[in-house]
Design a protein around this ligand. Structure first.
Ligand SMILES: *Cc1c(COP(=O)(O)O)cnc(C)c1O
Ligand code: SF4
Length: 460
């Protein structure tokens, strides 16, 4: 009430143009989880703050099997949920690995609809059939790889995968062809940590003067030991034409406290950033936070450490059904990221990967959310919504399609500076289409006809 009265008084002195005070929801992004929230989980009831923040403890206690999960949450989770997750674990293309930090942020009274559970813990009851046009490694990262684990798709930048392990395994991983151990449904390509393979990647980068920008990505920089991290950073900085490095890690989302407790790793990262800066080269960190619930007081403290050291962090989110696919949740995520000094860089359309059709949503949804988010905060903190075009077209602004058949969920992109003359198709999930369109997708002849028509309409 007081705020409103002040606004009214103000209105009489400032005659016009007064903006009404923001509703309380507008400040929701400041409302970070506080205190020892993990103690609500039976297994962590007696865990003190120092132990919980210790990154080694977080790794050791990560949940990898249904048995470990049950032992951790005990009777917090509904009974039918436990059966559901047992069969979900067996049918998933990715391993499961959930650190205690992440386990503690799940609302166990409603795990079915929890955005963090949705990302990391597969449930058999939620699985949908894959789209008929979907394939493993839909981005063709291996086709564009001159050296195993180094993808050179864009002219001046390359993607280097130093390892095949991550601090968490995301159900929706684009690289489910390579990341984690073999599962019952997928045998993984070989991307284990291997200094010889790394050297081959550095040699390739050195041989291509057009490469200015190297992304060191997932498998995750968090899993690269301090010494190796510094070695990789320095080897790439030593190549004269390399101007920019990004260390990508999911870690800030799932074990933010490593930044507070793994001093050797943070110091190694800092030395690479500072050495790069002295050479006029830009070294920064990219992370991957999808839900506003993943950002807590621990994230904020971790980010303060990096911020004080002048280490910039950008975020890449994936638009995931049930996680961040409403305008309000996406706006909250974007504002909360900005609040803790993480720049929201991209929001990706969910890649067309196996076994996670329940997580995808339509391009139309992305367009609607983007419209709502743009204008809600600083322009430089407003992410670009992109679709990484299946077949290796690279990232396209979602809006830049050549044609969109909304009825059948077919989107056509081109990528003139990446693969000139080629056409790329992205498909909305079939269960989101009208019943008539769903019926058409059941018929292989119709599938072919619809794709051909869309390409024709696009001018191919
Ligand atoms: C995403 C990506 C990059 C980096 O692209 P930016 O748009 O600069 O973030 C580089 N190489 C590959 C293969 C990628 O997928
Ligand atoms: S952290 Fe990245 S690379 Fe690792 S499993 Fe998740 S999406 Fe895949």
């Amino acid at each position: 009430m007081a705020a409103i009265n002040i606004a009214r008084e103000h209105a009489t002195t400032v005659s016009k143009g007064i903006k009404p005070p923001a509703p309380p929801e507008a400040l929701e992004h400041l409302n970070l989880r506080q205190g020892e929230f993990w103690r609500a989980i039976p297994k962590y009831e007696d865990v003190d703050e120092a132990t919980f923040l210790d990154h080694v403890w977080q790794y050791r206690n990560s949940v990898k099997t249904p048995e470990e999960l049950v032992e951790t949450v005990q009777d917090l989770a509904p009974r039918e949920f436990v059966e559901d997750l047992r069969s979900g674990f067996h049918r998933a293309p990715m391993n499961v690995r959930v650190p205690p930090y992440t386990m503690s942020l799940i609302d166990w009274s409603d795990p079915y609809d929890d955005p963090i559970r949705t990302q990391f813990i597969p449930l058999a009851s939620r699985l949908l059939p894959d789209h008929p046009r979907l394939s493993l490694d839909s981005l063709h990262e291996r086709e564009d790889a001159p050296v195993v684990g180094l993808t050179h798709r864009y002219e001046d930048k390359a993607l280097f995968l130093p390892t095949n392990v991550c601090p968490v395994y995301c159900r929706f991983c684009t690289r489910s062809y390579a990341i984690g151990g073999d599962t019952e449904t997928v045998e993984k390509a070989e991307l284990a940590t291997d200094p010889k393979r790394w050297q081959a990647a550095f040699d390739y980068v050195a041989s291509r003067p057009e490469l200015e920008d190297i992304v060191i990505s997932g498998g995750d920089s968090y899993q690269v030991p301090a010494k190796s991290l510094e070695k990789i950073g320095n080897a790439l900085l030593d190549i004269p034409h390399v101007r920019r490095l990004r260390f990508a890690t999911k870690g800030i989302a799932v074990i933010p406290s490593k930044i507070l407790t793994d001093h050797a790793w943070v110091d190694a990262l800092t030395r690479v950033v500072e050495r790069g800066r002295s050479m006029g080269k830009d070294v920064c960190v990219h992370t991957h936070i999808n839900s506003p619930n993943e950002i807590t007081w621990i994230t904020q403290q971790a980010m303060q450490v990096l911020f004080e050291r002048g280490i910039y962090v950008r975020n890449q989110s994936v638009l995931i059904r049930g996680v961040n696919d409403t305008p309000e949740t996406m706006r909250l995520l974007v504002k909360r990221l900005g609040y803790v000094n993480i720049h929201p860089y991209y929001v990706y359309m969910h890649d067309m990967v196996m076994g996670v059709e329940d997580l995808r949503t339509t391009v139309d949804t992305a367009l609607e959310i983007e419209k709502f988010v743009r204008g809600a905060t600083a322009g430089f903190n407003t992410p670009t919504f992109v679709c990484d075009a299946p077949g290796g077209g690279g990232k396209r602004d979602v809006h830049s399609f050549e044609y969109y058949d909304r009825e059948n969920g077919i989107v056509v992109y081109t990528a003139p500076s990446v693969k000139p003359g080629q056409w790329f198709l992205y498909f909305d999930p079939i269960d989101r289409l009208a019943p008539e369109a769903q019926a058409r997708w059941k018929d292989p002849k119709e599938q072919e006809r619809m794709a051909t028509m869309a390409l024709k309409a696009a001018g191919a």
